[in-house]
Design a protein around this ligand. Sequence first.
Ligand SMILES: *[C@@H]1O[C@H](CO)[C@@H](O)[C@H](O)[C@H]1NC(C)=O
Length: 201
Amino acid sequence: MAPLIDFSQPSLWISAASIAFNPTFWNIAAQQEYYNKVITKLFGGNSRLGCYALAVTIFSLGIFRDYLYNEALAAQPTHDLLTSPLVKYSAIPLFLIGNTLVLTSMYALGVTGTYLGDYFGILMDAPVTTFPFNVTDAPMYHGSTLSFLATAIWKGKPAGVALTVLVAGAYEIARTYEDPFTTMIYKKRDEERKKGGAKAL
Ligand SMILES: *[C@@H]1O[C@H](CO)[C@@H](O)[C@H](O)[C@H]1NC(C)=O
């Protein structure tokens, strides 16, 4: 029987490395910004410009990761179970749901909200609770994971399913850093607002 995954393909490992690298990179960059203002300093003290630059960087890394993923899948064996029409066409709703979650959450958050603006001190007026944040607590990550899975199924590649599990794991690890940070920073802001409000009285 042919193997499900061809581990001898370098492209598989390169794709896995880029999947693990991206959230690691943006978390380190965001931490460096929050504690040392590294990116803001790089952009002459303009934190909004720094955040946009980080956004462009993260977005580009994402495109590159997707490219490497597709390259990796091209070199991998397909499996009959995934190429049956019923399974194959289930990729379409998965892809649509995934992309809807990603695009609508970007729309709801805006550029700075999507790309770690809170680490730059750029906060939203209030945490977003409208769609898609009322259907999942991490629509960007869940939507992206679904899109990876959809691609794997559409192409009939077990290796893609394995890489999707890695994507989900990388996002879960990222969330263990990001979610408590976001909660903390908004709590801090609310406390400051309360103090400010008391002073005004
Ligand atoms: C989420 O919000 C949208 C409108 O923003 C609404 O149409 C939808 O029913 C809500 N879904 C849930 C599960 O509450």
